[in-house]
Design a protein. Structure first.
Length: 305
């Protein structure tokens, strides 16, 4: 299995984890765990896991000039991302949050075009539009986004995650995955501490059920430690545009889980949505291949001259 295929597999696993995360976070809310206390627990626990993992790989130093970038990644990838997502999801519904998050690929593409001079290839744009349409078929049928604070928080979180995906890409080419994420979470935990500590002090763990602790464990280990590790690993091989496009799978996976648990039934809307999302991801992947072929063709033409 080559590295590109492994990267795509990593993204599939990540978005399966995130697809279930919407419902699991809401179940944690029902256990009356303060949102910022949950974020602090999530950031600190994940930081600990990443640093423990780093002891089992070759030690690697980050250049001083790159530490500024890593500190900024802690802001966009941990602090803003997690504080606003958890707090926003506490105040809105998983459906609303899923609808808002599907705009992440468009945000990533826009950032790449503005700051990285990326080309808005027709096939890439078509793939993103197809993904948005496919997700909309599933989520907007009979549902609507209500304008309230939670939705705004999730939207800002979506933008923050897009910035993180674009910023972390160059560092992933230069350093190992664990080297980056352990420092990102170290700084992120520091940023989260002033918000999470006041809520953590008044939180009483004795009132939390075993099921809720299992859900918290999922948020910490699966949707943070494993997901960030695999996501960052995938970015070493794939572009931020491709990585962000996989977000379209999250509502599809969430629906599949509901069907498996017999909470929903399979119908033509879900099937159509799934097909459109898969086609969208395929088109974006093709656009990346087309871009590489164009670069090779230009290089060959210059050599011929």
């Amino acid at each position: 299995m080559n590295r590109v295929v492994k990267a795509h597999l990593a993204l599939l696993i990540v978005n399966f984890i995130y697809g279930a995360n919407f419902t699991i976070v809401k179940s944690v809310q029902e256990a009356h765990i303060p949102p910022f206390a949950l974020v602090l627990l999530r950031a600190f626990s994940s930081m600990t896991l990443f640093w423990l993992t780093s002891f089992f790989v070759a030690h690697e130093k980050i250049e001083r000039k790159d530490f500024i970038k890593v500190m900024m990644l802690g802001v966009f990838g941990v602090a803003l991302n997690q504080l606003l997502f958890i707090k926003g999801l506490y105040q809105t519904t998983p459906i609303n949050a899923s609808i808002i998050m599907m705009f992440n690929p468009a945000i990533v593409m826009l950032i790449e075009i503005i700051f990285l001079n990326a080309k808005a290839l027709p096939m890439r744009v078509a793939g993103i539009v197809m993904g948005i349409f496919g997700t909309s078929v599933l989520l907007l049928f009979g549902n609507a986004i209500s304008a309230h604070t939670g939705d705004v928080m999730v939207l800002i979180n979506c933008i923050s995650w897009g910035i993180y995906l674009v910023m972390v890409k160059p560092l992933m080419i230069k350093y190992k995955t664990v080297t980056i994420v352990k420092w990102v979470f170290a700084f992120g935990t520091i940023y989260v501490l002033p918000f999470g500590w006041p809520e953590a002090r008044i939180f009483d763990p004795s009132h939390v059920s075993i099921v809720s602790w299992i859900c918290i464990g999922y948020v910490v280990v699966a949707s943070t430690y494993i997901a960030y590790f695999l996501n960052t690993y995938a970015l070493a091989e794939l572009s931020p545009s491709i990585a962000s496009t996989y977000i379209y799978l999250q509502p599809i996976i969430a629906a599949a889980i509901a069907i498996y648990l017999k909470k929903e039934e399979l119908d033509w809307i879900k099937v159509t949505s799934a097909v459109l999302v898969i086609v969208g991801i395929y088109l974006v992947s093709l656009s990346r291949k087309q871009e590489r072929n164009n670069i090779k063709a230009l290089t060959k033409d210059e050599e011929t001259r």
